[in-house]
Design a protein around this ligand. Sequence first.
Ligand code: FE2
Length: 265
Amino acid sequence: MAEFKVTRYRIKLSDDLRGVQQPFSAILLSDLHNASYGDGNSVLLQAIRNEKPEAVFVAGDMLVSTEKPQMDAALSLMDELTKQYPVYYVEGNHEYKVRQYAETYGGDGDRFFEAICSFGVHLLKNSCERADIQKMPFTIWGYELPWQCYRRFRRNELTAAQITEALGEPDEGRYNILLAHNPMYFEAYAAWGADLTLAGHLHGGVVRLPHFGGVISPQLQLFPKYDRGIFKRRGKQMVVSAGIGSHSIPIRINNPLELVVLDFT
Ligand SMILES: [Fe+2]
């Protein structure tokens, strides 16, 4: 069985938003690609339970969009997680494909989304939900990136105006968390007004070299800028998960699979 590490990031909230309650943790899950750690993902579930999170944020690519999509492990994980935690979910490029090309995938995309919604997953489709966590006012957004943003070549630029067109304005006076699968557009997310963007997709750059970081993305971009870790820009932050599964280029060197814990203080 493959192993994963637990990576922690401290997310400092501004004083005016901080309540009187204790700091809390949340989980960022990305790029499971239908992996399973133990029977029914028992090892992963236990690692999540150990953190006693207030919420689970899913940044997409839980399944694999092969001809017959692989999604049983992703479905059972969502089923289990929603029994204990609020789960906020945005699609990745793999969910996009099975949803968009229903004929090719025999309607499995619809079945997947119907199932996770029936479990109680908060599926965010260019939409948001407000949640007060430990008395702190959060608005959690999910942005479905246009397909052109996933192309290997001739990738789209993305502007804050395009995000506003899809989502509207960020929620003033609240802490805006944006789930967006592809981290390449951090500048646009920050300019739009996301206080914290949560992303994945790049699998940590597959092979990591000292001083250089990740070498290549699943979209075959060399030395991707936002491969894994925490990034800051004009007071806005982004956390990028290296993923807890692999796909496309199924190797990892100096680049462990990871479960990300966000410690909000
Ligand atoms: Fe992806």
